[in-house]
Design a protein around this ligand. Structure first.
Ligand code: AGP
Length: 603
């Protein structure tokens, strides 16, 4: 995901946009850029690869004419993180910044090349600049050119567009990616997130999807992208106290943390992708010597579920045998691992007594130990030979959400790290991982809360809820069951789909609800047969996954087609939102559910 900012007003624009970008830096950090009207009135673009500080250096002493400006901070999806691929992108008088993914970019690019357009970058964004430029030549009007240029474009976008021939006019719009307007006296802002302009105003308006806003120091107007019909502007004051400021516009920390999933992926990937995102580096592991002969994961709860996914991923790409152990069981058994094995403890808090105890046993038995944790300086970091930090940021809600997403990101990185770099499957998977934060953000932006609420009501009305899954859907199933149990207090359980006929299917009758994630393409047909067995016995099934082939019914909660394992992120977001909404409807204390603690520091 990337961060964009647009400004229209009397302030010096380079300073405003640069400061706003610094508040969006969490959204990406591999390149950045600004566009503003220089002293001589020309539309000037300045870009830099690398961290935002590189752009700040390049802008040293630069000022622009009051009026309009745009800025961008990038998390590369199409095209390497280079200056040529940095935003803003230009075509003739049109200059724009973009967050999102244009799904039909290739076809649009070929069409433009056929018309003689010469591209200067590998990005999908540049396609939009050329299309809007072509439309501007026909329309002579910037809002009309943007509307025309976007006709036929598929995918997600949040855009801010300037035109050298229309100084003082800034056009912004979104579909699938977030964009929020800010209004102050005689000035307007448009940004990917509120903190970008909170310094100047608390009056905000989330821009509705496919509504085009034209901002200028004189005012703003909104219209529907499709037919140009006017849309009213409705701003509201965000009255944030410190805790609320922490929660932003969310009711609970858990909800906010679900939506911070994309950020958790980006921050966990930071510094671990090299050679233009084509290679995984984990410097923390280098001093452990050669790769392990075996990996033993030890963890509890949600972290254990992430470890189960790690096993599937690592064994997909390397010959390393992986075991996954419940820490509280593991620590009281003899440790029979291969010589040269690594014991890897996964723990969000880094303080879970059982996980620490399991690692202590491993160390005593002479095994190398690694800690995967979200909390720097926690006990696990001091009691292992190496630490791999997930960077989800502080997770306040007891039910783990963004930390789980960060843990899955990290075990996916481990799979790629141990995998053969030249393998096409490894390269394809790495590309999918790099795109996953943008895809997860676009997906979260498209989720219909009413659809989630409908499922949540079914869950609350059910006598019992069973989660089933095979392959990568099995850890998702038991994670979904855990989320539901721990915050709704309703009975639920998760099983491997293949285990149903060995007993649990006896539970199935009318009133029993089955939830089935369907993101593992390899076992989907077998999962569909499990679903039919359940329906034949009067059970109701809710499926969560991408559409299958024609013979299959559409999933109850459709997901976009997966790229690699990013379906795990999408499906877990639905399972997290399902538990969250059901618990909210039940009136429970979502962030601090009964009987639980955020960190179980006792046995
Ligand atoms: C997850 O939602 C639960 N809060 C719980 O299962 C948790 O994952 C478990 O206690 C392990 O905690 P840790 O990751 O901090 O070790």
């Amino acid at each position: 995901m990337c961060g964009i900012i647009g400004y229209a007003g009397p302030r010096e624009p380079v300073g405003v946009v640069s400061e706003a970008l610094s508040r969006l830096e969490y959204r990406g950090y591999d390149s950045s850029g600004v566009a503003f009207f220089g002293r001589e009135g020309s539309l000037t673009v300045v870009r830099a690869s690398g961290k935002l500080s590189r752009l700040t250096e390049a802008l040293q002493g630069t000022t622009g004419l009051p009026g309009t400006a745009i800025g961008h901070i990038r998390w590369a999806t199409h095209g390497a993180p280079t200056e040529e691929n940095a935003h803003p992108h230009r075509s003739g008088p049109i200059v724009l910044v973009h967050n999102g993914i244009i799904e039909n970019e290739h076809a649009l690019r070929q069409e433009l090349i056929g018309e003689g357009v010469v591209f200067s970058s590998e990005t999908d964004t540049e396609v939009l600049a050329h299309r809007i430029h072509r439309a501007f030549r026909e329309e002579g009007n910037l809002p009309a050119a943007v509307r025309k240029g976007l006709a036929g474009v598929e995918g997600s976008y949040a855009l801010a567009v300037l035109c050298e021939e229309r100084p003082g006019q800034l056009v912004v719009l979104r579909k699938g990616a977030p964009l929020i307007l800010g209004e102050a006296e005689g000035e307007y802002f448009a940004a990917s997130d509120v903190p970008a302009f909170l310094k100047w105003t608390r009056r905000v308006m989330p821009l509705p999807p496919e509504v085009l806003a034209t901002l200028s120091p004189e005012g703003l107007s909104l219209c529907r992208l499709g037919d140009g019909e006017p849309v009213p502007a409705v701003f509201e004051e965000v009255p944030w106290d410190p805790v609320q400021a922490e929660k932003g516009h969310y009711r609970h920390f858990m909800e906010k943390e679900i939506y911070e999933g994309p950020r958790a992926i980006i921050d966990t990937l930071e510094g671990r992708l090299a050679e233009e995102n084509s290679r995984v580096i984990l410097p923390e592991l280098v001093r452990l010597g050669p790769n392990p002969t075996e990996i033993v994961f030890v963890a509890c709860g949600t972290s254990y579920h992430a470890a189960l996914l790690g096993r599937l991923m690592i064994e997909s790409f390397s010959s390393i045998s992986v075991r996954v152990e419940i820490a509280s069981e593991f620590r009281y058994r003899p440790l029979r691992a291969r010589k040269g094995a690594w014991v890897i403890g996964i723990s969000q808090s880094g303080e879970t007594a059982d996980t620490l105890g399991a690692l202590e046993l491993a160390r005593k038995e002479g095994y190398l130990t690694v800690g995967v944790t979200n909390v720097g300086g926690s006990s696990i970091t001091r009691e292992t030979e190496a630490t791999l930090l997930t960077r989800a940021g502080p997770e306040i809600g007891v039910a783990s959400t963004k930390a789980f997403v960060a843990q899955v990101t990290l075990v996916w990185l481990l799979a790629l790290y141990f995998g053969r770099r030249e393998s096409p499957e490894v390269r394809k998977s790495l590309a999918a991982l790099v795109r996953s934060p943008t895809r997860l953000e676009a997906f979260l932006g498209s989720v219909d809360p009413n659809a989630v609420d409908r499922m949540a009501r079914q869950v609350l009305e059910a006598r019992f809820v069973i989660f089933i899954g095979r392959g990568i859907d099995y850890p998702l199933a038991i994670e979904g069951a855990l989320k539901l149990k721990e915050i709704t207090y309703r009975p639920a359980d998760g099983y491997p789909g293949g285990e149903l006929k060995h007993g649990p299917i006896a539970l199935v009758e009318s009133g029993v609800l089955v939830v089935a994630p369907l993101v593992d393409p390899l076992l989907r047909l077998k999962e569909i047969s499990n679903i039919r067995e359940i329906e034949a016995r009067g059970g109701t099934v809710l499926t969560i996954g991408p559409a299958g082939d024609a013979i299959e019914p559409l999933p109850s909660f459709p997901l976009p087609a997966s790229e690699g394992w990013d379906g795990v992120f999408l499906a877990s977001a639905v399972l997290q939102l399902l538990a969250y909404r059901a618990a909210s409807m039940a009136g429970n204390d979502v962030d601090q559910p009964r009987n639980l603690a955020k960190s179980v520091t006792v046995e």
